[in-house]
Unconditional design. Sequence first.
Length: 276
Amino acid sequence: MSSLTGILDMKIEAIAGWAQLLIYVAILVFMVAIAFWRKWLTRSGLGAAFFVGLFTLYLGGFSAFSILLFFFISGSLLAKVVKKDNPLEKKSNKRDAFQVLANSLPALIALLLYRYSGHPIASIVAFSSSLSEALADTWSGDIGRLSNKDTVSIITFTKVPKGISGGVTPLGFLAGFIASMLVALLHIGTFGYHLYSSFITVLFTGFLGSVLDSILGATVQVHYRDKNGCLTEKSESDGEKLERVRGIPFIDNDVVNLISGLFSMTLSFSLGVLVF
């Protein structure tokens, strides 16, 4: 009798597990469909977002997925509310596959570490840190563009066009710090262990990564000069190639985002191994 009860319990648990997974997938499909309908994603971005969401659900569960969801929704809503397409940027507000993966690949690596590294706490903190960096970069750029103060280069402190990579404002720095803090608060509210140390780690490694993003944007990210003599991230205008004036040709904004996210994730994981 007891063995029969045990078998039934196992079957019930298996059914409950599959039901939970189906609910998660349904939520993911719904959210990705809404994002595509609201024109937050291109077709390639739609596929990449579904892959990232499914991968996050499988490796990190709904707790990790909720942080990813907060990053994506808040970043996408902000982009639509506070700005139109930036004429200086290479791409529009609709995220394609490269943009989705550039912002989420460090988080996916952290989830692999969560499963297989033997340091689950350090890994899940690194996951949140990578998304803290990505959201801080998004908020600092979008909200900083609204500042009444001049946008200046983070390297030379000379005036640069609003919206150019490597340009910063006090308002943008504040917005980035608040974004990192919100992700850090969501992390401790979701996972609930090592509250103080994990909060500080997610906050500061995320914010430092966004500062690095600006530094890379002002130094190694490729920029061109348009017909009016202004800096732009676009390599062509009206079918004509523009003159490259600085940066490395293959390092565009997506590559800079990826490097910065990897920096925050790696720094956070390294600190976590030592602390947690």
